[in-house]
Ligand binder design. Structure first.
Ligand code: ZN
Length: 149
């Protein structure tokens, strides 16, 4: 178990230091901003939606390693997914970081599993879910600033 936790921690640190899909997405047609006042994490998510599919997704912002790594891995996980699949992943990820047992229809979380340890640190849950809440707001088209408070 310790080895697995080490591996998870390493992946989070790696994505926190060198986030993937970082920067502005010029041809985005959906965007939203998120803020986690508890930790000071700020993020803007850019999404290019074509039909029902998340064709491309990027983010920019500044935050702790967990919020940055979460956004980085989220953007990797959601590229090419439909809205419904994105929503399912959101729910599964939320269950994971809040320590809920997986539902029977839970999709494979893949790399997102690295955040399973976050459930032991309730104040970090908001760091891990900030990018997801922001993405949801972007997809819903409201585009308003999201705060985790
Ligand atoms: Zn944070």
């Amino acid at each position: 178990m310790t080895d697995l936790q080490d591996l998870y921690q390493e992946l989070i640190l790696d994505h926190g230091r060198r986030p993937r899909n970082f920067g502005r997405l010029e041809d985005a047609n959906k965007t939203a901003e998120g803020y986690n006042p508890l930790c000071g994490d700020k993020i803007r998510v850019y999404v290019k939606v074509a039909g029902d599919v998340v064709e491309d997704i990027k983010f920019e912002g500044a935050g702790c390693a967990i919020s940055t790594a979460s956004a980085s891995i989220m953007t990797d996980a959601l590229k090419g997914k439909s809205r419904a699949e994105s929503e399912q992943l959101f729910k599964a990820f939320h269950d994971l970081v809040t320590g809920q047992p997986p539902r029977p229809d839970t999709p494979d979380l893949g790399k997102l599993e690295v955040f399973s340890g976050v459930s032991e640190f309730p104040t970090r849950v908001k760091c891990a879910t900030l990018s997801w809440h922001t993405l949801r707001s972007a997809l819903s088209g409201e585009g308003e600033a999201v705060s985790t408070e």
